[in-house]
Write a protein that binds this ligand. Sequence first.
Ligand SMILES: NC(=O)c1ccc[n+]([C@@H]2O[C@H](COP(=O)([O-])OP(=O)(O)OC[C@H]3O[C@@H](n4cnc5c(N)ncnc54)[C@H](OP(=O)(O)O)[C@@H]3O)[C@@H](O)[C@H]2O)c1
Length: 295
Amino acid sequence: MSTNMVKLSEKLSISPIVQGFWRLEDWKWSDKELASFMNACIERGVTTFDTAEIYSDTLCEKMMGEAFAADPTIRNRIQLVSKTGIFKEKTFGYYNTTYDRVITSCKESLQRLHTDHLDLYLIHREDPCLDPWETARALKDLKKEGLILEAGVSNFDPFKFDAMNTAMDGELVTNQIEWNPVCFEHFNTGMMDYLTVRRIHPMIWSPLAGGRLFKGEDEQCRKAMDKIREIADRHGEDPSTIIYAWLKYHPVGAAPISGSNKLSRLDLALRALNVKLEHYEWYEIYVASGQQVLR
Ligand SMILES: NC(=O)c1ccc[n+]([C@@H]2O[C@H](COP(=O)([O-])OP(=O)(O)OC[C@H]3O[C@@H](n4cnc5c(N)ncnc54)[C@H](OP(=O)(O)O)[C@@H]3O)[C@@H](O)[C@H]2O)c1
């Protein structure tokens, strides 16, 4: 096991860079090609895989399950993360975090993924109609039955996190949140401080802003990338490596989720584990897009 693993609890550690599968349907891979990509991730120490029930309307989980069936050695070498809570009625999206729905969703995910348990199960988004006691009862029952090892949430603000974690008797192990050089929501809500002081490590989605940073289509991305490229030149590294190094530098101890299907880009993310930014460089990126100011 890599020494860089991010310890979420006594029972669960995740890899320092996680592989995300949200875009899997677009990759147009066979189950064998997907299994081969998964093996290449594992060889690199990227052993945590992230998916969700809602990704491609359950197809993402199904495709991953077929790859696990094609190569049964994969499942026991990874930490598997999935999420529930987002649903669609025709084109209308809504949330459902009721007891029955969470239990049923988990069992359906296990079937699609050809596995008997998830290592981590997350409530995908803030549900305005959330009853923390009811949702927590479902997550606790799933843990008791051994269907999930640990539970967490995603995209929660500090109030919602606190509500759920109170009902969970403090057992939530992560909040999966968006953070990149053009997205600072969780700094501005106080979530980063909330997590840092409690030593709860977040998983970070869209670490490269979903690729938007590289397109140069908007002013904030252009400004952020100008600075990131300058810092990348100083270190002799790729700009994406510098972004991952910036995410890893913060004391919250984050595990970014790479969304690319290219191993060369995953390798650029992994290089960040050996790059040490100067302290002032962290702030250069923090203010580069113009969204954040230092007082
Ligand atoms: N909890 C949530 O609500 C939530 C929301 C969204 C995502 N997620 C999770 O987070 C994971 C990562 O999110 P993400 O896919 O948005 O992450 P990301 O790594 O920020 O973006 C990946 C995208 O950026 C492109 N890209 C990467 N490097 C590039 C470069 N140098 N030049 C141009 N394009 C580049 C990739 O294209 P290539 O594939 O061609 O490299 C891919 O389309 C998802 O897979 C999912 O598991 C969670």
